[in-house]
Each structure stands twice: as C-alpha cells, then as structure tokens.
Design a protein. Structure first.
Length: 438
C-alpha cells in the first residue's frame, strides 16, 4: 500500500444547492462541506469566506440537497434466496433511488433470531461498502409466533427493532410478553397488521372485484382488528409500537385515535397504497399482488390524506423482490410483493406535484421521521452528522423502466409509468455511491 492510498479523502464542498432539512425546518439556498465523512459546515454562506485549499467543489446547479432517504422496510433475501436479491444488488438499487440507509426484515433463511444473523448482515454490509444496511430481529424464534427471542442481546449487537416480518404475531399472550420485555429495554416492536385467521387463504382485497375474479379476498377488517388488539397491549405494557404498511382508512382512524390518547405508536405506508388500487389486479396481474393487498379508491385517498396530516409518520419502499418463476404463475399461487427501492422517491414526489404535501414534509416522511423512529443519527443536515446525502431534481420528467433497475428482480406494476423526479447523486459518509449521467 502506498502512502498516498492511506491519506484521508479530500474535503468535498457541495455548492449552489437548495438545502432542505426537515429537522431544522430550513429550506433555502446553501451548500455543505464534507470532511472525513461528516458534515463539517453548511448553510447559505458556505464558501463566501473560503474553503479548504484542497477541497473538491461540486456545483449542484440549484437542485435539492437533502438528507439521504432512510428506508425502514426492505426484504434483502440474503441469506437464503440470493437468486432474488443480494445485499450488494439491493445496495446498488438503493443508491440509485437516493436511499442511504435501509433496514432489512428478519425473514431470511435462516431467520434473524440470533446474534449470528445480525452479525452476518453487518459484515456483508461492510464488505459491500455501499448503502448502510441494518436489520431487525424477529420477535419469535423462527418467526413462528411462539417463543420470544433475546431482545436485549440482539439489540446490543445492532438489531434496530423486532418484527416477525411478513407475519403478524397472532397470539396476544406472546405479543404481550414480547412488548413487556421490549419495554424494559425501550425497544421497538413492529407489526404486520393483519389478523391471520381472517386473512387466511386470501390473495387480494376482499370485495366485489375479488368475487368477480373468483379470487379469495382479505377483508379490510383484518388490518384494523389487529391494530386495535395491539393498541390495547401497548396501553398495558407501555411498549414502543410501529404499524407497518398501513393500507386502509379504518387502520388510519385507529392510529389517529391512539395518537390522540398519547400512546407511543408510529406507522408507515408504501407508495402502492397511495398510488394504486385493487383495480390494478385487472386480468389477474400478479405484479399487483401485495401484502397487505391493494385496496379501494377510498382507502387510497385516506392513506394519502393521512400522510399529509402527519398521522402516517413515514414512507418506506416495502421492497419485496421475486424472480420471474415466483410471479408468472396463476394469481392464487404467485408470491406477494413488489420491488420498490428505485421507485420510492419519484412515486412519493407525486404527492408534492399534486399539491398534497410540501417538499420539506415529504423529505421528513422519507428520511428524518424513519431515522427518528429507529433512533439513527441520519436524516438531518447538521454539523457533525453523517454526510449521507441525496441530490435530486424534483421536476425532471422520466419514465419507470424496470429493465434498467439495478435490483436483481423486476417485479413492479409501475413499468412504463410517467414520473417526475430524478436522483442525481447519492453520498454515504461523504462517498459518492451513485451519480447520474446526462
């Protein structure tokens, strides 16, 4: 190794940008100076009194410079299903989508229910040297809903919260024990909100369309029933509780009422639930098979409104990659889920272009809020904060093209959709991990 290769990276000055920082409320012109992977200085006056002599200067062209997106719900498929996705391919896709941190669900093979699983994810993320990758531990051994795991031990080794992933913890007794244990360490419990007995065998939203198509339906009530049950357990235990991928107006109403009561709860949704409806299933289109399923137009509108009024705290990609063989089968047998890392920003920007949300509030839902929920230092523009940054043009017109995805899997119902918003550069700890070319 030469001496020059051991030298620290040169400072980088990102100039002539529109800085947007939800944590401080700032939205205006300015720049950021990065030194040793951290934000050393920032603001509208950056550079007016000089910069380090060896600084690399980047003209941002007036585009938006914001905290990198923090995606709190991703399935990475590694270990166990690397033919669908790997940490390396997901990291590349995330970087192209402006995501600088992501958290994987524990439903890998084997399930992340032991310290070794947490350590594996951390090691592979270090080897990949791209987007920051964290993980949740499962609530129960093997995510089977029976015996709870060693929360304290897994949290000490890096697990950011606990969830059985795509399965709800069905037993109220087990979840009460889990919440009581988690509250002792002030840890986060995340739930897939679906009453499993009521949803059993269902493949799309229950209702007239499912009946016409001859498909088994998942009642809307399955979501709110699970949420309302869990809220009683939250009140009993004082646990921190998070509802994942909210999809119904009734679920929104339950969350809104619980927040008004002062319970320690948060929630997220994903772009399909404020962008698409059950009509997307059409002629048995398996790329529109999600869990929870796409709902009615009234539910879609309620989700969008709940993002706007703050009832829904965060927007996550809910990235669920599947290979062709898992999707190009009869609808009832197809796997649930779609990819979402590379479409998270442009699909979410539609809320801004439609006048439902300001740009600073959207960045709050995509970055600051999930970072705060997970108690990560990311999601803010401040001196000493990690230089995890996203530079993007919110008005650039384009089209979603799945053939250009970096993800291994291409299962998206948005192929060909016209969107506005283009990621120009993504930085992690000051390193450029993605840069768009004209």
């Amino acid at each position: 190794m030469t001496r020059s290769s051991r030298l620290p990276p040169r400072p980088t000055a990102l100039l002539n940008a529109r800085l947007i920082d939800p944590a401080s409320g700032y939205d205006g012109p300015g720049g950021i100076l990065i030194v040793d992977g951290e934000i050393a200085d920032l603001g509208p006056a950056l550079g007016q009194h000089g910069l380090p002599a060896d600084a690399i200067e980047v003209n941002c062209g007036g585009h938006c410079l914001v905290p990198g997106l923090v995606d709190m719900r991703v399935q990475l498929r590694e270990p166990g299903e690397e033919h669908k996705e790997t940490i390396a391919t997901a990291s590349e896709a995330a970087a192209a989508g402006g995501i600088t941190s992501m958290v994987t669900l524990p439903n890998t093979d084997p399930v992340i229910d032991h310290v070794s699983g947490v350590e594996f994810i951390a090691r592979r993320a270090r080897e990949t040297k791209g987007t920051k990758v964290y993980c949740y531990g499962s609530v129960t051994r093997g995510a089977e809903g029976k015996d709870i795991v060693e929360f304290g031990l897994l949290a000490e080794n890096g697990a950011l919260g606990f969830t059985d992933g795509t399965r709800a913890v069905a037993s109220a007794r087990v979840l009460r024990r889990a919440m009581s244990y988690a509250s002792t360490f002030d840890l986060l419990i995340l739930q897939h909100p679906e009453e499993p007995d009521l949803a059993a065998g269902g493949v799309m939203n229950g209702g007239a369309l499912a009946t016409r198509l001859g498909l088994s339906g998942i009642p809307r009530a399955a979501e709110v029933m699970m949420i309302e049950r869990d809220l009683h357990l939250v009140a009993m235990t004082g646990a921190r509780y998070h509802v994942a991928h909210l999809s119904t107006s009734d679920g929104v109403a339950a969350i809104r009422a619980a927040k008004a009561r002062g319970l320690k709860i948060t929630c997220d949704t994903a772009p399909p639930y404020f962008t698409l409806t059950e009509a997307e299933v059409g002629d048995y289109r398996t790329f529109a098979k999600l869990s929870p399923p796409l709902r009615s137009e009234s539910d879609r509108a309620a989700i969008a409104a709940a993002i706007a009024d703050g009832t829904i705290d965060a927007i996550a990609s809910d990235h669920a990659p599947h290979d062709t063989e898992s999707k190009r089968v009869p609808f009832a047998h197809a796997e649930f889920g779609i990819v979402g890392l590379e479409t998270l920003l442009p699909l979410s920007l539609a809320l801004v272009h439609q006048g439902k949300l300001t740009l600073i509030e959207l960045i709050r839902r995509l970055s600051t809020a999930p970072a705060d929920i997970l108690r990560l230092p990311q999601g803010r523009l401040a001196k000493g904060a990690p230089a995890d940054l996203l530079l993007f043009d919110p008005d650039a017109e384009g089209k979603i093209e799945v053939d250009h995805f970096r993800s291994k899997s291409k299962n998206s119902p948005f192929d060909g959709r016209a969107v506005k918003g283009r990621v120009l550069r993504t930085l992690v700890d000051g390193r450029t991990v993605f840069e768009a070319y004209a």
